[in-house]
Ligand binder design. Structure first.
Ligand code: ADP
Length: 181
C-alpha cells in the first residue's frame, strides 16, 4: 500500500507509522527523520536543512522534493510506503504526483490523524526533541495551519480519518480499520 499520513506535529504519526510499517510490510519514510539523519551525519543537505528545523520552518521544497524522489526510488519502496511528513504544502503534493507518475504508481490512501492543538503541544513538550521548544512548536503549528491543513481538502477523495487521542494500540486499531485491514 502507498499511504500518506497527515496530521499536526505531535499527532503521533511517527509512532503509528512504525507499527503500521511492520503490520503492512512497507517502509516508513519520514522526511523529518531523513533530515535529522543528514544533520547527524553532517551531509551538505543536513547542513542546509538544520537552520530550518531549528526554527520550525519548512525546508525549501526543491531540496525536500529531491530527497523524497530519491528515497521513493529505492528498491524497498517498490511495493509500497508510508509517507510521514510529506507532502506538507500543496506544491509538495503536486511534486509528489509527478514523482509517483514517473514511478508509474498511485496513492491508495491518505490517513489523517485528528487531534486538538492543546493535546499536541503537551505531547511535544513531554517528548523534548531539539525542536520541541515552545516558540518553535508554536511556529510549527502555525506552518501546519497555514500550509499543510489545506491538503485535507486537496486529498478529500483519498482520505480516511482516525481519532488520534487514546492509547497507542487503540489508535493503531482505528488506523488499521480505517485502511480496511
Ligand atoms: P513534526 O511532525 O513534529 O513536525 P517532523 O519530524 O515531521 O516533526 O518534522 C520536523 C521538521 O523537519 C519540520 O519542522 C521541518 O523543518 C522539516 N520538514 C519535515 N518534513 C518536511 C517537508 N515535507 N517539507 C519541508 N520541511 C520539512
Amino acid at each position: 500500500m502507498r499511504i500518506v499520513l497527515l496530521g499536526p506535529p505531535g499527532a503521533g504519526k511517527g509512532t503509528q507509522a512504525t507499527i503500521l510499517s511492520e503490520k503492512l510490510g512497507v517502509p516508513h519514510i519520514s522526511t523529518g527523520d531523513l533530515f535529522r539523519a543528514n544533520i547527524g551525519q553532517g551531509t551538505p543537505l543536513g547542513v542546509e536543512a538544520k537552520k530550518y528545523l531549528d526554527a520550525g520552518d519548512l525546508v525549501p521544497s526543491d531540496l525536500t522534493n529531491r530527497m523524497v524522489e530519491a528515497r521513493l526510488g529505492d528498491a524497498d519502496a517498490g511495493s509500497g510506503f508510508l509517507l510521514d511528513g510529506f507532502p506538507r504544502t500543496i506544491d509538495q503534493a503536486e511534486a509528489l504526483e509527478g514523482i509517483l507518475q514517473r514511478l508509474g504508481v498511485k496513492l491508495d490512501a491518505v490517513l489523517e490523524f485528528q487531534v486538538d492543538e492543546d493535546v499536541v503541544v503537551e505531547r511535544m513538550l513531554a517528548r523534548g526533541r531539539d525542536d520541541d521548544k515552545e516558540d518553535v512548536i508554536r511556529n510549527r503549528l502555525r506552518v501546519y495551519r497555514e500550509e499543510t491543513r489545506p491538503l485535507l481538502e486537496h486529498y478529500k477523495s483519498l482520505e480516511v480519518s482516525v481519532d488520534a487521542v487514546g492509547e497507542v494500540d487503540e489508535v493503531n486499531g482505528r488506523a488499521m480499520t480505517a485502511l480496511g485491514k
